[in-house]
Design a protein around this ligand. Structure first.
Ligand SMILES: Nc1ncnc2c1ncn2[C@@H]1O[C@H](COP(=O)(O)OP(=O)(O)OP(=O)(O)O)[C@@H](O)[C@H]1O
Ligand SMILES: [Mg+2]
Length: 241
């Protein structure tokens, strides 16, 4: 089982969008996949799947009230989603550090668990990274986001996670953007995917149905599917102890 955290230093770079669409892509390629919203204070995954009215959420499981399996909802292509509660009231009782233990209860036949980790380096961010074995860094091609990603990379390494690479999002190929080669040099990770800026992402967001379903042939959906194929090909690495 692969336990991959999508992480970035800076917020708003597209982790949730990527988690949702990558999860659907992996599932569509025949891999049993669960997407987990570990971003408890910005719980957007539910909105992407119209699950914001879910009765049970990961918050209940992190409060020790229910099991992880009770939080799973089935989405497009059979992907399973563990949404976080959208209401502020439910954030209080949740213990982010229970996540690692909860994910240990997932049946071994699951192929991928994709964790939408929170940005920054808060308590819930560290808890999300600790629950993962591998980290896929996500950034947009600007210096601020790349520089913030450096901290995430260092913390992930400190926690013993294998950096499987980087997904560069919202690429427009403008001359002022930092290109993949520079990012590889700065962060010492391979850029596995360049996801183009694609207005279909926001059209999909407005409809409450992920891009991979509404516009599977759009440039961003294609790039995310290619990333899914690459992840399937790369071998799971055991974390350093
Ligand atoms: N490839 C893309 N093309 C165009 N818009 C995009 C793309 N990826 C993400 N977006 C848009 O960028 C915004 C932020 O995306 P998203 O919520 O996925 O980021 P995030 O990193 O999860 O943010 P947060 O830190 O708030 O959790 C959204 O409006 C989303 O629709
Ligand atoms: Mg998010």
């Amino acid at each position: 089982m692969r336990l991959i955290a999508l992480a970035s230093g800076k917020g708003g770079v597209g982790r949730t969008t990527m988690a949702a669409n990558l999860g659907i892509a992996l599932s569509g390629l025949g891999k049993s996949t669960i997407i987990v919203d570990a971003s408890l204070t910005t719980p957007d995954l539910a909105l992407l799947f119209k699950l914001e009215k879910s009765v049970y959420t990961i918050n209940d499981a992190l409060a020790g009230e229910i099991s992880f399996s009770e939080v799973l909802y089935t989405g497009p292509k059979g992907v399973r989603i563990a949404p976080a509660a959208v209401s502020l009231d439910q954030i209080r009782g949740a213990h982010p550090e229970y996540l690692a233990g909860l994910l240990r209860t997932v049946p071994e036949e699951t192929d991928f668990i994709i964790i939408d980790a929170p940005s920054g380096l808060r308590r819930e961010t560290i808890a999300a990274l600790r629950a993962a074995r591998e980290v896929l860094l996500v950034t947009v091609p600007d210096m601020v986001s790349v520089s913030d990603c450096m901290k995430t990379r260092l913390i992930a390494e400190f926690l013993g996670l294998s950096p499987i690479g980087m997904a560069l999002n919202r690429v427009r190929k403008e001359e002022f953007e930092i290109d993949s080669k520079e990012i590889e040099t700065i962060l010492n990770v391979s850029v596995l995917a360049e996801i183009p800026e694609d207005e279909g992402v926001n059209r999909a967001l407005n409809r409450g149905v992920p891009l991979m379903v509404t516009e599977p042939k759009s440039p961003a959906a294609k790039a995310i599917r290619d990333l899914a194929r690459k992840l399937i090909k790369t071998k799971s690495k055991e974390p350093k102890t």
